[in-house]
Design a protein around this ligand. Structure first.
Ligand code: SF4
Length: 389
C-alpha cells in the first residue's frame, strides 16, 4: 500500500514560529491547482515500490501545507478527482485535510468531498498566546470549528497543539489539554516549541523579547500531556502523537514504517519504499514554470526544468533511519527485521548500545522488540544519537 502527500503552499499570513515552505501569494492558487494536477498525472508511471509501477493501491491521501483549507472546496474536489482518476485508491483510504480553524466556516460539507479525517491547526486555546504567535483565530473559533466538523460527520478529528510557548504556564497548558480532551476528538499531535532559524520567534528571542521555556517546565508539560492523554483513553503511539484506539494517523504511521509514498507540490518529498528519496524544489515559481506549460515538449522529463533532487540512501543511512523511526514509535524496533536487513554484526552493535539504556531504564526490550519508555521520550534525541553510526 502506498501513500500520497499533496502540498498546498499558501497561507494568509505567516505564523511567528513556522518555517514550513509556504507563500502568501494566494492569487496563484488557481494556476497552482492546474500545475499540481499535471504533476499528479505525469508522475503516474513513477516506480513506487519494489520495482512495481504505481499500480499498488493508495491507502492514504494527505493534504498538508501551508494551509490546504485556503483552497476552495471546488479546487480540492478537482485535485482529488485527478488523483482518483490517476491512481488506484483503496475503497477505505484515509483522506486527511489540514485546516485552519478560521477557514472551517467556508467548508459546509467536507465529508461530501471525500475527506474522512481533518487535522486542525489549533496550537493553543489561550487567546493571548494565539495573538503572540500570530495565529489568525481565537479559542472560540477553534472550538466552533471542531463542533462544525463533528456536525458535518467527520468522525476522525485531530488537533495540533504546541507547548513551551513564551509565557505559557503549566496552568495554561492544563487548560489547553482540558479543553482539547473535552471536545470529543480522536487524535492530538502535540509538539514542543522549537525556535527555527529565520522565524519571527527566533528573531524576537535574539532581541531578548521572548525566551525559551525552561527545560524543567517543558518536561512537566510533556508529563502532563502523557497523563491526561492516558486518562482520556488515548494511546501514545509516537513521540508527539496520541490517538483513541484505531484512530492513529495511518498516513504518518506509514512514513515511520518505511512505506512508499508520492509527494506532489513544491517542497514535497517522495520515497520509493526501498532507498530512493525525491525532494521537490521548494520554489513556487519554478514549480509553476515546470508543470504549467501546455507545450508537451516542455513536459517531457528531459526538457523539464530540474524541479526535484534525488537521494539514494546507503545501507548505513537506511539502518539509521530504521532505528530512528522505530525508536520514536510505540511499535519500537523489530530486532529480527534489523538482522534480516542489515546483518548479524549490525544487530550485535545495536543490542550492545541498547543494553546501556536498558540498564538505566530508558529503553525496554520485550522479546524481539526494543522501545523507549514513555517517560524517556522527552530525551529521545539523546538516546537516538547513541545509535547513529
Ligand atoms: S503554521 Fe501553518 S498557517 Fe501558520 S505559517 Fe505555517 S503553514 Fe502557514
Amino acid at each position: 500500500m502506498a501513500g500520497i502527500y499533496v502540498h498546498i503552499p499558501f497561507c494568509k499570513s505567516r505564523c511567528a514560529y513556522c518555517d514550513f515552505f509556504s507563500t502568501t501569494r494566494a492569487g496563484d492558487a488557481e494556476n497552482y491547482v492546474r500545475a499540481l494536477s499535471r504533476e499528479v498525472v505525469l508522475r503516474r508511471g513513477e516506480v513506487l515500490s519494489e520495482g512495481r509501477a504505481c499500480s499498488a493501491q493508495v491507502a492514504t491521501i494527505y493534504f498538508g501545507g501551508g494551509t490546504p483549507s485556503m483552497l476552495t472546496p471546488r479546487q480540492l474536489e478537482d485535485i482529488l478527482g485527478v488523483i482518483r482518476r490517476s491512481y488506484a485508491i483503496a475503497p477505505d483510504a484515509e483522506v486527511t485535510l489540514e485546516m485552519n480553524p478560521d477557514d472551517v466556516g467556508r467548508w459546509p460539507d467536507v465529508a461530501a468531498l471525500g475527506v474522512n479525517r481533518v487535522s486542525l491547526g489549533v496550537q493553543t486555546f489561550d487567546d493571548g498566546l494565539l495573538t503572540l504567535i500570530r495565529r489568525r483565530h481565537d479559542a472560540r473559533t477553534a472550538v466552533e470549528a471542531v463542533r462544525s466538523l463533528q456536525r458535518q460527520g467527520i468522525g476522525n478529528i485531530s488537533i495540533d497543539l504546541i507547548y513551551g510557548l513564551p509565557g505559557q504556564t503549566l496552568e495554561l497548558w492544563r487548560h489547553d489539554l482540558d479543553t482539547a480532551f473535552a471536545l470529543g476528538i480522536q487524535h492530538i499531535s502535540a509538539y514542543a516549541l522549537s525556535f527555527e532559524p529565520g522565524t519571527l520567534l527566533s528573531r524576537w528571542r535574539s532581541e531578548g523579547r521572548v525566551s525559551e521555556a525552561p527545560d524543567e517546565l517543558s518536561v512537566e508539560m510533556f508529563a502532563m500531556l502523557c497523563d491526561r492523554a492516558r486518562q482520556a483513553g488515548f494511546q501514545h503511539y509516537e513521540i508527539s502523537n496520541f490517538a483513541r484506539p484505531g484512530c492513529a494517523s495511518r498516513h504518518n504511521s506509514s512514513y515511520w514504517a518505511g512505506t512508499p509514498y508520492l509527494g506532489f507540490g513544491p517542497a514535497a518529498h517522495s520515497f520509493d519504499g526501498l532507498r530512493t528519496r525525491r525532494a521537490n524544489v521548494p520554489d513556487l515559481d519554478e514549480y509553476l514554470r515546470c508543470w504549467s506549460s501546455d507545450d508537451q515538449q516542455a513536459l517531457d522529463e528531459d526538457a523539464r526544468p530540474q524541479t526535484a533532487t534525488l537521494e539514494v540512501l546507503s545501507d548505513d543511512e537506511l539502518y539509521e533511519e530504521t532505528v530512528m523511526c522505530g525508536l520514536r514509535t510505540a511499535r519500537g524496533i523489530d530486532l529480527s527485521d534489523i538482522e534480516r536487513r542489515f546483518g548479524a554484526e549490525r544487530l550485535r552493535m545495536l543490542i550492545a548500545t541498547a543494553e546501556r539504556h536498558i540498564r538505566t531504564g530508558r529503553l525496554q526490550r520485550s522479546g524481539n522488540v526494543l522501545c523507549i519508555n514513555e517517560k524517556s521520550l522527552m530525551v529521545s534525541d539523546d538516546i537516538m544519537s547513541d545509535f547513529m553510526l
